[in-house]
Design a protein around this ligand. Structure first.
Ligand SMILES: Nc1ncnc2c1ncn2[C@@H]1O[C@H](COP(=O)(O)OP(=O)(O)OP(=O)(O)O)[C@@H](O)[C@H]1O
Ligand SMILES: [Mg+2]
Length: 307
């Protein structure tokens, strides 16, 4: 295991941010840490990176105690924090150079790496523009470039694509895939379930400081819901009438007056609902179930619990 957490708790005063968490990230995968706001994702990543100490429990990275071997761990690890850490007044090229020196690189080796990363994150056209004149998308890509400076074995990305436009997101996904193919282990958080589903081999869904479900996205869909979803506009009373007489009522999730019904085969359910007099040509669609459905089913009711 590249990352191994066992029985990890982190308290901030009275608040328990991470609660007796056990988490294992194997080498070579893209691992997604998901969860609603305040679930404890960033706190978990910060303990792995060694900037926050656990209140209790064990955090091991590359087999080493992350709290005790901070330097040795950081040498082999790259991190893009949720908030960019950039020197605002100087250019991307200069930021990369400064950060390379921090990693004790210099001369031709450093210059080569800086140019490689400018190309890899498509920053070349803005390489010499001061950071505070760059759009959010460029700044975020620079933050990712910085985290790759030392060719890390483990790359940690805390919400790397929040606020990026669709084209930049796609470009960044392909870079992450490329890194993973090259053997880098990637541990990322995201609120975009389509991103997690496309990018991650394994996801862990956190809620209130602990993992409540873990597995490959497709496996989670099958385990918790079903392959297909019927979305239907209906009040609870209308839904009740429409589903009356079904031998087995399907698992469902309600958001306002829209209800999602999960089923292995949507066809027969659609037909059945359409035939009811109450149906009355209302909006109804069938689609494949996705990771967002699983996320909502497992964490949706808890969203409002977070302050
Ligand atoms: N330095 C701190 N001091 C006090 N409380 C903190 C601190 N850092 C985090 N917390 C609390 O710990 C809990 C978990 O926060 P964390 O930032 O890890 O959540 P998150 O899953 O990353 O959320 P988000 O999706 O919004 O980024 C929250 O309730 C937060 O308010
Ligand atoms: Mg966070």
């Amino acid at each position: 295991m590249i990352v191994h957490l066992s029985g990890v708790t982190k308290r901030f005063g009275e608040r328990v941010a991470v609660d007796d968490l056990t988490l294992n990230v194997p080498a070579g995968v893209c691992f997604g840490l998901l969860g609603p706001n305040g679930a404890g994702k960033t706190t978990t990543l910060r303990m792995i990176y060694g900037v926050t100490l656990p209140t209790s429990g064990e955090v091991r990275v590359f087999g080493m105690d992350a709290a005790r071997h901070v330097r040795a761990v950081r040498r082999r690890l790259g991190v893009t924090l949720q908030q960019n850490v950039l020197i605002e007044t100087i250019s991307p090229r200069a930021n990369l150079t400064v950060f390379g020196r921090y990693h004790l690189m210099d001369g031709a080796d450093l210059a080569r790496r800086v140019e490689q990363l400018l190309d890899f994150l498509e920053l070349r056209s803005h390489a010499d523009v001061p950071v505070n004149k760059l759009s959010g998308g460029y700044q975020r890509r620079l933050a990712v470039a910085l985290s790759l400076m030392n060719r890390p074995e483990l790359l940690i990305l805390d919400e790397p694509t929040t606020g990026l436009d669709p084209a930049v997101r796609l470009a960044l996904w392909s870079r992450v895939r490329e890194l993973r193919r090259g053997g880098t282990t990637v541990l990322l958080t995201t609120h975009y379930m389509d991103e997690a589903q496309r990018l991650c081999d394994v996801v862990a869904i956190m809620s209130a400081g602990d993992v409540i479900a873990q597995g490959a996205p497709e496996a989670l869909i099958e385990r918790y819901l079903a392959r297909e979803t019927v979305e239907l506009d209906a009040t609870p009373e209308e839904e009740h009438a429409l589903l009356r007489g079904l031998e087995e009522s399907p698992p469902r999730y309600r958001a306002g007056n829209r209800t999602m019904l999960y089923t292995d085969e949507a066809g027969p359910l659609l037909e059945r609902i359409r035939k009811r007099p109450e149906f009355d040509d209302r909006a109804m669609v069938a689609r494949p179930t996705n990771l967002e459905d699983v996320f909502l089913a497992l964490t949706g009711t808890r969203l409002e619990d977070d302050p």
